[in-house]
Design a protein around this ligand. Structure first.
Ligand SMILES: NC(=O)c1ccc[n+]([C@@H]2O[C@H](COP(=O)([O-])OP(=O)(O)OC[C@H]3O[C@@H](n4cnc5c(N)ncnc54)[C@H](OP(=O)(O)O)[C@@H]3O)[C@@H](O)[C@H]2O)c1
Length: 330
């Protein structure tokens, strides 16, 4: 396989981890970084021995030697940053959530399709080896017909109104930060929901600090989601079928083991060890797709990303939660 030169857009917490993940892949070269500030680009690049550093996102996007850009900015900037990169002819891996609402996601997807360029949401959970096993269990009906699932993702962050988690202008709140994992997981297992009910607790900065959501799927199948940014939850996922259930052990969003329980049979625990820090799996998928000339991943297709955003739009609308600058109430 040819070597792909990656550009990193943004120098925050997840950009640091992603670079570490990329470094475990021989087909990837961490080639360039772009930041809003020269000082931050230089510091990030020096510390990681990255050849090229750019003092603006525009300069990174127009660097002719960059093949693919990883977007690691707060959610409200994803659509703008992705548009910049696509217009410059780059392939893109964009952190989750792909955007703050479905309208933005649709615009970005349309641009990528029009230009024939690759773009994928960085829903890294889907690419772990254990998740491949989970999809196989479901598709082979090893649990019978799936009727329900329970999934939770909550962690305790200190209340800091300036942090992206609590600032509405930075897309704060549990739904977009961790809820997207749960909605995407339910979508992977049960498909697109036909309805939902949800109850949030909006905190003092106006963001959804925690919420319970039930997604309804065709035939009365249900997904129970518990999410939060002020409480740590068990971070487990259970898929329940007519002939048994599987528990994906914590943290289910970085999965490495699960236990399958079936009536009249011994429990079976399946282990799928993780190599690297886990970000390598989604990056490897991007490069596999690029090598094959594909513009979308079959594991995280754009239409599914848009569908997940639509579901979250609907949930937010029912809560009256809107982000500043959104053109319309989702
Ligand atoms: N996949 C995962 O497991 C995972 C985990 C955590 C976060 N994420 C996602 O990654 C994204 C970034 O999260 P993070 O925790 O890395 O955030 P962060 O530490 O706050 O870093 C975000 C970076 O974005 C850039 N940026 C551009 N405009 C900004 C603005 N107005 N305010 C603040 N930063 C701005 C900054 O880089 P420069 O100053 O260099 O321009 C900053 O360092 C989020 O969308 C989040 O959902 C994914």
């Amino acid at each position: 396989m040819r070597k792909f030169r990656w550009g990193i857009l943004g120098t925050g917490a997840i950009a640091r981890q992603f670079v570490q993940g990329l470094r475990s892949l021989p087909e990837a070269e961490v080639f360039a970084v772009g930041s809003r500030s020269e000082a931050s680009a230089t510091k990030f690049a020096d510390k990681r021995d990255i050849a090229r550093r750019h003092a603006s996102y525009d300069d990174l996007a127009s660097d002719p030697d960059v093949d693919v850009v990883y977007i690691a900015t707060p959610h409200p900037f994803h659509a703008k940053n992705a548009t910049l990169c696509l217009e410059a002819g780059k392939a893109v891996l964009c952190e989750k959530p792909f955007s703050v609402n479905a309208a933005d996601a649709e615009r970005v997807a349309a641009l990528a399709r029009e230009r024939g360029l690759f773009i994928m949401e960085g829903m890294w959970t889907r690419f772990f080896p254990l998740m491949e096993e989970v999809r196989r269990l479901v598709s082979e009906a090893a649990l019978g017909e799936v009727r329900m699932l329970n999934v939770d993702f909550g962690f305790r962050a200190d209340l800091d109104p300036a942090s992206r988690l609590f600032d509405l202008r930075l897309g704060g709140g549990a739904l977009l930060d961790v809820g997207v994992y749960c909605v995407s997981f339910a979508s992977m297992v049960l498909g697109r929901p036909s309805g939902f009910v949800g109850l949030p607790h909006l905190g003092e900065t106006g963001v959804d600090e925690q919420a319970s959501i039930v997604l309804e799927h065709e035939g009365g199948r249900l997904a129970n989601l518990s999410i939060g940014i002020r409480t740590t939850t068990p971070q487990e996922a259970t898929i329940i079928g007519t002939e048994g259930y599987v528990r994906i052990h914590a943290p289910w969003w970085r999965p490495k083991s699960m236990t399958i329980s079936r009536e009249g049979a011994e429990d079976v625990t399946v282990e799928a060890p993780v190599s690297g820090n886990g970000f390598n799996y989604e990056a490897a998928e991007v490069m596999r797709c690029l090598e094959a000339g594909k513009t979308e991943s079959d594991v995280m297709p754009l239409d599914e990303t848009i569908s997940v955003m639509r579901t979250m739009d609907g949930i937010r609308a029912s809560w009256g939660l809107r982000y500043p600058g959104e053109e319309v109430t989702p």
